[in-house]
Design a protein around this ligand. Structure first.
Ligand code: GH3
Ligand code: MG
Ligand code: MG
Ligand code: MG
Length: 323
């Protein structure tokens, strides 16, 4: 439910921002070796934008990476091929999302068609009408800002989809993909992959005695201790509830056990400070380790073996590592 509310809020934010994203104040790159024409366009645009004129393509590319909000390219330049320049902007990762307005003589049908085929966003007929110039520039800038905004939201959503919100660790969904890939390699005779499953001992008691919010505090603090006691190559994950997993690439079982033991000691060794420091809780964990067994093994089977080791740690008295 919390996820659905957050996503509803997010959609509201997108709609709100879209209406606020205007088409003025843009940095506009004018690429033209006809300096009289370029300066005229620049002075028209300077009223509401920040135009910059480049007469040489190689300099224009550097400026475009600046970045800019729009490029106006003269398709009839004398000293260079304007449409080739437009195609170059489209093929460069750093500039491919810049909208392009191609300036084409009003009667040049084939050039107009070619420009559109290359993927310019709009055509500006020459002689240039100032009102039309202002309107087409504004439209392209507004559209660019909106798509940039959507793109950054999409990146953010993708990030959210693989992150656990309480602890900031990656979640089970993210782990599944990583583990599958590592297991495939291990099964083909590549480096071994080890795994530890961690389950907090008697966690229900924390919730029952201090409330769910304090339970959440313990989970968050545990995640900090976990993340600071694994190696840079390891992947700590919140697998669900009070259960965590660490994926350890290129790791033999003995090393996995050593790392698990280090984590266990850092949890049991110092009490957890909760409720703004009012309460100190001693927390322990049970850990099960397993390692890949070559051809025929699978991520599911590996997880199952680590789970069985956790079970053994629990029945053996908790606060221990079984490998
Ligand atoms: P054991 O030592 O056998 O693992 O005992 P346990 O109490 O930890 O095990 P059990 O699986 O019975 O209880 C786990 C509890 O974790 C139950 C559930 O309410 C609680 N829990 C799961 N997710 C969350 C969470 O996100 N926040 C809080 N506060 N509690 C959670
Ligand atoms: Mg559990
Ligand atoms: Mg349990
Ligand atoms: Mg537990």
């Amino acid at each position: 439910l919390r996820d659905r509310e957050a996503s509803g809020r997010r959609m509201g934010v997108i709609a709100g921002a879209a209406s606020r994203l205007g088409g003025s104040g843009g940095r506009v790159l004018i690429v033209d070796d006809n300096l009289r024409q370029a300066e005229r366009v620049a002075s028209e645009l300077a009223v509401e934008h920040r135009p910059v004129v480049e007469s040489e393509p190689y300099k224009a590319v550097l400026t475009a990476r600046g970045p800019v909000d729009l490029a106006i390219v003269n398709a009839n330049a004398k000293a260079f091929d304007g449409l080739r320049f437009a195609a170059q902007l489209r093929s460069d990762e750093a500039t491919r999302n810049i909208p392009i307005l191609a300036v084409v003589d009003v009667d040049e049908r084939p050039k107009t068609v070619k420009a559109l085929e290359i993927g310019v966003n709009d055509i500006l007929a020459r002689p240039i009408d100032p009102g039309e110039l202002a309107a087409r520039v504004r439209t392209q800038i507004r559209r660019k800002r909106y798509t940039d905004y959507l793109r950054s939201n999409l990146d953010h959503s993708l990030e959210l989809a693989v992150t656990d919100q309480l602890t900031g660790l990656h979640n089970r969904r993210y782990m599944a993909g990583q583990l599958e890939a590592l297991m495939r390699r291990a099964c083909q005779g590549g480096e071994p992959v080890s795994l530890m499953v961690i389950d907090i001992d008697h966690f229900k008691k924390v919730n029952d005695s201090f409330g769910h919010d304090v339970g959440d505090e313990v989970l968050a603090e545990f995640a900090v201790r976990l993340a600071s006691n694994v190696r840079a190559i390891d992947l700590p994950v919140r697998h669900g509830g009070e259960e965590f997993v660490v994926v350890m690439p290129d790791t033999e079982l003995e090393d996995a056990r050593r790392i698990a033991e280090r984590i266990r000691l850092h949890v049991a060794g110092a009490p957890f400070r909760v409720m703004g420091g009012q309460e100190l809780l001693s927390v322990t964990i049970s850990v099960g380790c397993a390692t890949s067994m070559g051809a025929g093994d699978s991520a599911t089977a590996l997880l199952k073996r680590a789970d069985e080791a956790v079970y053994e740690a629990k029945s053996g008295g908790r606060n221990r590592v079984i490998a």
